[in-house]
Structure formats: structure tokens, C-alpha cells
Design a protein around this ligand. Structure first.
Ligand SMILES: [Zn+2]
Length: 225
């Protein structure tokens, strides 16, 4: 009976996509197994799922799927769980004394909804105001990519990107807006193919109306290249 009510609770969370914390809920033993051990275990699990669905895994087209999916989970789409893959924290002195806002817009986001394990696809727009330290532009893309490659909730992803940049740049003045489509909404459930979800996190000066407005005006710029 207890188990049944727990399952009902889990199901009630279902399509509501509630995030519980700004930290990815990892277990203490998350990195005890090697990557190869994880791939071996997940391979068997995927095989079990497909066989349970009634598929014949001796078919040439399906026979490599469990191994392919297991490698993809561990090395690619959930590779950002691995702290070793976190982009290095190299920063530079702000030699130009550029004290205005720097905006990196339209950073591609490929993530995975942790409630349905379906893709989240969208764009992140990230900004900061330097207090003497700057990062290479591609660092912002790499940070977005690293935190995207986890089972995610879009709100948490937005906060994780801001917190990491605040850390690296040693300033509170960081902001991020993400506009993304969730395939769990677009392709199943309510099947709304047009809707997208916008989340934002504004730190430090970006909490002020004027600074926030400037950032939002920049990301509205529809530059064509
Ligand atoms: Zn979902």
C-alpha cells in the first residue's frame, strides 16, 4: 500500500515540472562506478526496457541500440554530471577597462527534461558586467553546455549557469534568460507544438530595472548574419 501511494505522489508531480533545488540531486555514491561500469549496467537496463516492450533485439537494426544508448547517456547527453567535464575556470584581467555589459546571445541549449527524459531545445542569453575579470566568450557557451548535459529542469539550469559565472567572474552581476521548447510538452501530453518556456535569473545589478531593461533590449536585437 505504501509503495502504491508513493507512486501516486510521483505521478502527481508528473507534468508540473517542479524543480526541488538549484543543485542537481546527485547521490553521495554518484561517481563510485567507472564510466565503463555504468555503460555496462545501463546497456542491460535499456535492453530490458526494449524487450519488455516486445521488441526483438536480435534484429540487425536494434541489436546495437542498448550499447549505443548507454554510451550516449554516460558520455554525451548526461556527460555534464561528471565534475571532471566542468569547463576550466581560466579568466583574464579586464585590460580594456570595459565596464559595460557584455551579452552573449543565442547560445544553443540541448538538454533533457528530468521528468520525462525527453529533449529540451532552445537558446540561452547570458550577460555580465565585469568587475575587473573577464572570461573568453566561448567559456560562456561551454558553461551553458556543461549544465545542459544533465537531466534538467529549466529553472535549475538557468540558476546553475548564473551561479557558475558568478563564481568564475567573482561578481554578482550576471544574468541569464533561457527560451526553450520541451519535447514532453510539444510531442506528447498536451501536444502543444508552438509553446516555449522562458526562465530568467538576474543577479546583482541586473536586479535593477534599468540594467535589466538594457539586457533584455540587447537580446531582442534581431541581428541577421
Ligand atoms: Zn518533461
Amino acid at each position: 500500500m505504501k509503495i502504491e501511494s508513493d507512486f501516486n505522489d510521483i505521478d502527481a508531480l508528473g507534468d508540473d515540472h517542479i524543480g526541488s533545488s538549484s543543485e542537481t540531486p546527485l547521490r553521495a555514491d554518484a561517481f563510485k562506478l567507472s564510466k565503463n561500469d555504468k555503460i555496462d549496467i545501463i546497456k542491460d537496463d535499456v535492453k530490458h526496457i526494449l524487450e519488455t516492450l516486445g521488441l526483438d533485439l536480435s534484429d540487425d537494426s536494434l541489436k546495437g541500440t542498448p550499447n549505443r544508448v548507454a554510451k550516449m547517456f554516460v558520455n554525451e547527453i548526461f556527460g555534464g554530471l561528471d565534475p571532471d567535464k566542468k569547463p576550466s575556470a581560466s579568466t583574464f584581467d579586464n585590460k580594456y577597462k570595459y565596464g559595460e555589459m557584455l551579452v552573449e546571445k543565442n547560445i544553443t541549449v540541448y538538454s533533457t527534461c528530468e521528468h520525462h527524459l525527453l529533449p529540451i531545445v532552445g537558446r540561452a542569453h547570458v550577460a555580465y558586467i565585469s568587475n575587473g575579470t573577464v572570461v573568453g566568450l566561448s567559456k560562456m557557451n561551454r558553461i551553458v553546455d556543461y549544465f545542459s548535459k544533465r537531466p534538467q529542469v529549466q529553472e535549475r539550469l538557468t540558476i546553475q549557469i548564473v551561479k557558475e559565472l558568478q563564481n568564475v567572474l567573482n561578481t554578482e552581476d550576471v544574468a541569464c534568460v533561457i527560451d526553450a521548447k520541451h519535447l514532453c510538452v510539444n510531442s506528447r501530453g498536451i501536444r502543444d507544438i508552438e509553446s516555449s518556456t522562458v526562465t530568467s535569473e538576474f543577479g546583482g545589478k541586473f536586479k535593477e530595472k534599468e540594467t535589466r531593461r538594457e539586457f533584455l533590449d540587447y537580446i531582442k536585437l534581431d541581428t541577421q548574419f
